[in-house]
Design a binder for this molecule. Structure first.
Ligand code: ZN
Length: 267
């Protein structure tokens, strides 16, 4: 009887350890993964109808960026909260039932803080980070909290069907400038090989500390910044299951158009 009980106890212990190992393994994976819905190429082609809710997206990350159904503004996710910066420049809380056509998220877990002594504009900041980040071939989530001397953002108005391509849609963008503003830069640096799938290089959004305004980051000036960085080696993507996506022509990665869209198309 006692021999049998010991054997059972051992079996239970072995099973318990196995489950613990599995749980830890899956947590580690989840922590270190970039998740995106749709492709940047599809967004550029005007695939603005989403299939995923922000409630579902929130299960895949607490930090990131993207846009909202019908390209209605710039999305910023920070500390597990999802915001929509509309073309009036105001950041609204997104409800779980609202839908996104393109978003990129991760569970942000800073591994490293990069201190930038001195004064930087956006391209200088990116250059400094380029030199500091270990690999060109990993994904990095980047978060900068601080007081910014200057921030320039944009947002885009909601589009109507038939949807125009992104380069056309952003001709209606609104530009916002902030001076001496506290806030958070939220975004990613992706490897060059993601062309067509995501944005190679930096894609950053901004939200003020009171979470009331922000947008897609076009420029900034900051002194003595510190950037929190999370390196990411996992990648997961879901594709929109709708006719618009199925029929989009995604054969061209459109890298020049993308560069114009992501930087400042008016300059
Ligand atoms: Zn953006």
């Amino acid at each position: 009887m006692s021999d049998i009980k010991i054997a059972f106890d051992r079996a239970y212990a072995a099973i318990a350890i196995l489950f613990l190992m599995m749980a830890q393994g899956s947590l580690a994976e989840e922590d270190d993964s970039l998740y995106q819905i749709s492709t940047i190429g599809a967004l550029m082609q005007g695939v603005y109808d989403g299939t995923m809710t922000f409630g579902e997206l929130g299960e895949r990350g607490d930090f990131g960026l993207g846009t909202v159904q019908a390209l209605d503004g710039e999305m910023v996710a920070v500390d597990g909260r999802f915001y929509q910066v509309k073309s009036d420049g105001v950041a609204y809380s997104l409800s779980d039932s609202m839908i996104t056509p393109f978003s990129v998220v991760t569970f942000f877990d800073a591994e490293e803080t990069i201190n930038l002594g001195g004064r930087y504009n956006l391209s200088e900041l990116q250059g400094y980070l380029d030199n500091s980040l270990e690999s060109d071939n990993l994904f990095y989530a980047i978060r900068i909290d601080g007081t910014f001397d200057y921030v320039k953002t944009r947002s885009v108005p909601a589009q109507e069907k038939p949807y125009p391509p992104l380069e056309e849609a952003i001709k209606g963008q609104e530009i916002f400038e902030f001076h001496d503003v506290e806030g958070t830069v939220v975004g990613f640096r992706c490897p060059d090989y993601v062309e067509g799938v995501n944005v190679p290089g930096y894609h950053l959004h901004f939200i003020t500390l009171d979470r009331k305004a922000g947008g897609h980051l076009l420029d900034l000036e900051i002194e003595d910044a510190s950037a929190k960085v999370d390196s990411i080696s996992g990648f997961e993507m879901d594709l929109p299951e709708n006719k618009q996506f199925y029929q989009a022509d995604l054969s061209d990665s459109q890298e020049e158009e993308l560069e114009r869209i992501e930087s400042n198309p008016r300059e």
